[in-house]
Design a protein around this ligand. Structure first.
Ligand code: PLP
Length: 405
């Protein structure tokens, strides 16, 4: 009889020896207090400040969102009670899909359980069901896109990250009769860099390709109504499918695509990840809807957030802590070593009550291990100051490299 526990333990030992065994921090978020939270560990409770959440705009505790959720809970009860196909399509789901379509100026939208599921499901459906499909995927794409593409079992071509020449070459190598799908992100989640969306659309036009854009880290955050980078750059009409999440800046949970009526109907009808799973609870749908509605008309959160990001960057610059200087809101502090990265993260938590999850391989390439700092508009100036002081101390304690101020 195979000893499966021993096999599992060996695999885990390998992860530990490479310094990439994942330890989850057990948090107790307290509504209204975020980014302050309590950490539970070994029966003890300790206050921490969270610096790695994707609730960038604090919408997870916004009064409009909470009120909508309380109302929906009392009105609808707990769950949707079925798949979208069989009794799970509530009025709340349809209203939210209409709101999302309007946000991205598209004819229609489709909700999924998460952003991960929306990417996986839509890309696998497009690749499998479109005639003679080829998916051209940016090398930096998120795991959910990679898995969806793998599952499509169609031809795939990986183009070098944000490299237009390589994309052009790969497009030119595709057959004229192939259904070409260019899959990419607007803001890349780990480096925080932004794709040349307009130029990619030019290439798509030239070669008759459709564009699939993951705006997961941009929706709610960029554009006058929070429609993402494509909205900010006036490019939404050039993107065939915009994909987003309700779980990051919108502070709730769920994922979606926005596209033409025909494409949404195609994915709705042919994809198993949409059809064969219970619909999102109406209470979550109502919260996400309130969040989108609020951020469509309020830029206060976005402005305050940008200010906080600028403050974090300039404080890190002053003390010479190396970070990637991208045009977005994600501040990756590069440590370049999995063991040191975890050590700094542990020390921040234990000594300073600052929680920043270490990011190691395979989330990022080996040698680029990092602390991914995500400021939010609910961090205070004092929080930023304390973060910078703590990092400054630790950088000295660990003799880590600095850059010229
Ligand atoms: N796409 C990107 C670029 C992401 O970073 C993530 C999540 O981290 C997802 C998709 C998945 O979204 P969700 O968290 O809603 O499943």
């Amino acid at each position: 009889m195979t000893d499966f526990d021993a096999l599992a333990s060996q695999a885990l030992d390998r992860l530990r020896s490479e310094g990439r065994y994942r330890v989850f921090i057990e948090l107790e978020r307290s509504c209204g207090q975020f980014p302050k939270a309590q950490m539970h560990r070994n029966g003890l409770v300790k206050p921490v400040t969270v610096w790695c959440s994707n609730d960038y705009l604090g919408m997870g505790q916004h009064p409009d969102v909470l009120e909508a959720m309380h109302k929906a809970l009392d009105h609808y009860g707990a769950g949707a009670g079925g798949t979208r196909n069989i009794s799970g399509t509530t009025h709340a789901h349809v209203n939210l899909e209409n709101e999302i379509a309007d946000l991205h100026d598209k004819e229609a939208a489709l909700l999924f359980s998460s952003g991960y599921v929306s990417n996986w499901t839509t890309l696998s459906c497009l690749g499998a069901e479109l005639e003679n499909a080829v998916i051209l995927s940016d090398a930096g794409n998120h795991a959910s896109m990679i898995e969806g593409i793998r599952h499509a079992r169609c031809e795939k071509l990986i183009w070098r990250h944000n490299d237009l020449d390589d994309l052009r070459t790969k497009l030119s190598e595709c057959g004229k009769d192939q259904s070409k799908i260019i899959a990419f992100e607007s803001i890349y989640s780990m480096d925080g860099d932004i794709a040349p969306i307009s130029e990619i659309c030019d290439l798509a036009d030239k070669y008759g390709a459709m564009t699939y854009l993951d705006e997961v880290h941009a929706v709610g955050m960029y554009g006058p109504r929070g429609g993402g980078i494509a909205e900010q750059e006036g490019l939404m009409d050039r993107i065939t499918i915009i994909e987003g999440t309700l779980g990051k800046a919108f502070g709730a949970m769920g994922g979606y695509i926005a596209a033409s009526t025909a494409i949404c109907d195609f994915v709705r009808s042919l994809s198993s990840g949409f059809i064969f799973t219970t619909a999102l609870p109406p209470v979550v749908v109502a919260g996400a809807h309130a969040s989108i509605k609020h951020l469509k008309v309020s830029s206060n959160e976005r402005l305050e957030h940008k200010k906080r990001v600028r403050e974090v960057r300039s404080k890190l610059d002053l003390i010479g802590i190396p970070h990637l200087n991208n045009p977005g809101h994600i501040v990756p502090v590069i440590v370049k070593d999995p063991v040191k990265c975890k050590f700094v993260s542990d020390a921040l938590l234990e000594q300073y009550g600052i929680y920043i999850q270490p990011i190691n391989y395979p989330t990022v390439p080996r040698g680029t291990e990092r602390l991914r700092i995500t400021p939010s508009c609910v961090h205070s100036e004092a929080d930023v100051e304390y973060l910078a002081q703590s990092l400054n101390d630790l950088w000295s304690q660990c003799a880590l490299a600095r850059v010229a101020a």
